[in-house]
Design a protein around this ligand. Sequence first.
Ligand SMILES: NC(=O)c1ccc[n+]([C@@H]2O[C@H](COP(=O)([O-])OP(=O)(O)OC[C@H]3O[C@@H](n4cnc5c(N)ncnc54)[C@H](O)[C@@H]3O)[C@@H](O)[C@H]2O)c1
Length: 379
Amino acid sequence: MSRDGPIRLALVGGGPGSFIGGVHRMAALLDGRFAIVAGAFSRDARKSRERGAAWGIDPARAHAGHGPLLTAEAVRRDGIEAVAIATPNASHALIAADALAAGLHVVCDKPMTATLEEALQLASAVRLASTVFALTYTYTGYPMVRAARAQVAAGALGAVRKVVVDYAQGWLATAIEGENRQAAWRTDPAEAGAGGCVGDIGVHAFQLAEYISGLRVESLCADLPRVVPGRQLDDDCNILLRFGGGAPGALIASQIATGERNALRLRVYGERASLEWSHEEPGLLRRHSPDGRSELLYAGGEAAGPDARSAARLPPGHPEGFIEAFATIYRDVADAICGDRRLVGGVLPGIDDGVRSMRFIDAAVRSHERRSWLTLEGS
Ligand SMILES: NC(=O)c1ccc[n+]([C@@H]2O[C@H](COP(=O)([O-])OP(=O)(O)OC[C@H]3O[C@@H](n4cnc5c(N)ncnc54)[C@H](O)[C@@H]3O)[C@@H](O)[C@H]2O)c1
């Protein structure tokens, strides 16, 4: 379905000094499919207007919080059609539910909610809505992640036997939460939810493992230590996985891995070959065969396959990264809004991925507390 002009989008979050809101903005604008026309960039009216002014938003459309935003936009003839949520986790559920109730499309950042209960309630709201609900699991927008997913689905590895995913960061190796706002809310259960590292980056690793392997985690056994003294939430995760069909797996995520930056790496071992993708070389997919051969597939190249080619914007060798991957998610959201709803829950993560991820966090936290294996409900 075609339409005239870009989709009118409001951003909630992304105020001065924030991290991911600005990435949402760049990604939404990259392909010209969205225009950011309004926002609640902060709960503070002055900061929201300040951010709006820097981004060329009419001051009358820069609000303090999502409630005034939705009320004001509902009565405009040129009001918003979609809302993007880039606030700390505990506010996602309410903002998403209110936006859906207002008949808007929703792009929500991860983790979808702060609790599993909120996720299940939001799933009911999404089922009743006729609009699109999508999640920005950033790594799903990388061409070579999509290539890996397509290869596994096409049987290029044979049956998947093992999945290993690790995600190492070092920025929380010391107690910086007193002076760093991103650290402050991520280490506070009232803002982050029950998971610390597991909810912040473990959830990316979990989602990616299921996204690429096509398998679903059935059970897990988690050790979630709080390494830095005084923390109320885990800052390190070590999780054994068991996938449907019996394949084993391991997920390691850490925010106290001194010296690491954003080292996400995934390996999928099949009976005939294995695949390896690393976020530090995102335009590359390694394929290893049992006879000692290894192949390198590059984003944008013919050999990477159609899924990777459609997600790549440049010929091989021209580096693309985080913002382009995020923009590919926005492009898929635009296609879904314009009629291709099959994308949601396919290449584009949707409500089911969100509920799965919240089941993962919930099960990991309970498994750690009980020191035992637990089954993921709904697997
Ligand atoms: N997809 C990814 O790769 C990725 C990366 C980083 C963060 N995230 C997620 O994005 C979200 C935000 O993370 P961040 O690091 O940008 O946080 P941040 O603290 O840098 O920014 C949050 C912004 O939201 C504003 N805010 C807070 N509550 C609000 C409300 N109720 N209404 C309007 N504005 C509000 C704050 O003032 C701030 O400007 C989190 O859920 C996080 O998990 C996702």
